[in-house]
Design a binder for this molecule. Structure first.
Ligand SMILES: Cc1cc2nc3c(=O)[nH]c(=O)nc-3n(C[C@H](O)[C@H](O)[C@H](O)COP(=O)(O)OP(=O)(O)OC[C@H]3O[C@@H](n4cnc5c(N)ncnc54)[C@H](O)[C@@H]3O)c2cc1C
Length: 447
């Protein structure tokens, strides 16, 4: 029963293009009566996770004080950035105002959280305001550490063959300026990904596939080379998906450089320096060397970490991802392991999968359930299974709908209808048309 509901819910998130809107509208979970409480709930971050959570709590609770903190007035629809960076949508497609997504019952404070004291149960804002909480939801997303790459800076994006589409709507548009020049003039396109955990691990591949596709139809075959460099030993963390991408890269003539970590760039020389890791066959020891690769177009995705406020407030794992600082939480309930009144939501959660908006859709009801249960003095029952989804675009007009869980099982929303590892137009439509409508419904707490 639970899995049936889950399937219907997934169709609600991914299936608008296939008529799923009606499914979502008619089969959404029935809402219980509101729970009366005077609980003070603070949410850090008004992105996909924080906004969705705030809206759902307003529907579930009567009398709670819900305060949402975010220093940025604009909301970024980040799944759209890949389309912007391929010239398929304008930057404005990904922009909205955070305040427009929120009901009047939520107090939005336009400041960042600067410090959390989990023992005193307080949050201090950048402006020095102190907020006491009974429950805290940490959803500040992640930080893109562009400074970690010597030679690179964001003001280079769009010029001199450099792109960095993760950096936001304007940078995604500038990335297209640089990428478009490459698709018109040809040369060497060099695409990278970081060694850290990252949001939407399919996005580096999508950008590679899209720019290759456009170059193939613009400057034409033989005039360009595509190279993909990754620090990992495989192209994707789910083995069957990694193998599919490896085959597609082979068919499309993409040269792969695995175990190559981007260390620095020399924009004057148009070259990028990588640390290459190999295993010595005799001793089995890792051997590191430096490799230099030239480029005419370079796509940079920097290392990604939890925001400073998480790391400095003692909420991070002490023995996992120590260089990245993700929140120490239970992988099934997202509840902090040392502070039961704190929950992690979205990209900042220290769990092995789940840094996608589609994951947020599944995380939010779980945290809602456990938080409301705590208010009522009982145990929650909902479980997050690691659901992660990435419509992997392979060409303009083609995508693969890749969905998986903690155990790397493929968990297709449309078994027998849409094959997860086939390049299909319907899967493209889900990314290009349906995903935004469903994402918006999620922000309103409806999907
Ligand atoms: C290029 C790209 C493509 C993607 N494609 C897809 C896709 O196809 N499908 C998919 O499902 N997902 C995709 N994603 C991932 C998805 O966008 C994220 O996983 C999702 O937005 C995570 O939600 P979040 O709320 O955790 O973080 P965000 O949505 O990033 O929001 C975090 C919020 O916290 C705020 N914040 C930061 N620090 C503080 C602080 N100290 N105090 C208060 N507020 C703070 C920020 O201003 C921001 O508003 C993509 C992401 C990128 C970058």
């Amino acid at each position: 029963m639970q899995s049936d509901m889950r399937l219907l819910g997934r169709r609600g998130f991914l299936g608008l293009a296939a008529g799923g809107a009606a499914v979502a509208a008619t089969l959404g979970p029935a809402r219980a009566a509101k729970v009366r409480t005077s609980a003070r709930i603070v949410i850090i971050g008004a992105g996909a996770a924080g906004t969705s959570m705030a809206n759902r709590l307003v529907e579930r609770l009567e009398g709670a004080t819900i305060t949402l903190l975010d220093g940025r007035a604009d909301h970024f629809y980040q799944p759209g950035l890949s389309l912007v960076a391929a010239g398929l949508k304008p930057a404005s497609y990904t922009l909205s105002k955070t305040a427009d997504w929120l009901p009047k019952e939520v107090t939005l404070i336009a400041e960042k959280a600067a410090a959390i004291d989990p023992d005193a149960k307080t949050v201090a804002t950048e402006g020095g305001t102190r907020l006491d909480y009974d429950f805290l939801i940490v959803a500040p997303g992640l930080v893109l550490d562009h400074d970690a790459i010597p030679g690179f800076s964001l003001d280079m994006v769009g010029t001199n063959g450099i792109g960095a589409l993760y950096a936001g709507p304007d940078y995604a548009a500038k990335t297209w300026e640089a990428a478009r020049k490459f698709t018109e003039e040809g040369g060497v396109g060099l695409f990278t990904r970081p060694a850290t955990e990252m949001k939407c691990a399919g996005a580096p591949l999508k950008h590679t596939f899209l720019i290759e596709d456009i170059a193939g139809r613009t400057v034409g075959p033989g005039k360009y080379e595509i190279h993909f460099a990754a620090p990992q030993p495989v192209l994707f963390s789910v083995p069957i998906v990694a193998e599919k991408v490896r085959m597609l890269f082979g068919e499309r003539g993409v040269t792969t450089h695995l175990q190559h970590k981007l260390m620095s760039i020399d924009p004057g020389k148009k070259s990028a320096q990588f640390e290459k890791t190999e295993v010595d066959a005799a001793t089995k020891a890792e051997v590191k060397s430096t490799v230099e690769l030239p480029y005419d177009y370079l796509h940079v995705i920097p290392p990604q970490r939890a925001p400073e406020v998480i790391r400095q407030s003692g909420l991070s794992w002490a023995d996992k991802w120590t260089d990245q600082g993700w929140v120490e939480c239970d992988m099934k309930t997202l509840r902090h392991l040392r502070y039961p009144e704190i929950f992690a939501l979205g990209d900042v959660a220290g769990v092995p999968k789940g840094k996608t908006a589609a994951s947020v859709k599944w995380m939010v009801p779980v945290v809602e359930d456990h938080l409301v249960a705590a208010i009522e003095g009982r145990e929650g029952t909902e479980v997050y299974d690691g659901y992660t989804s990435c419509p992997m675009i392979t060409r303009v007009g083609k995508a693969m709908l890749v969905e998986f869980d903690y155990n790397n099982n493929l968990v297709p929303s449309f078994p027998g209808l849409i094959a997860p590892l086939e390049e299909l137009w319907i899967s493209w439509l889900m990314k290009e048309v349906a995903l935004k409508a469903t994402y918006n419904a999620m922000l309103r707490g409806k999907a």
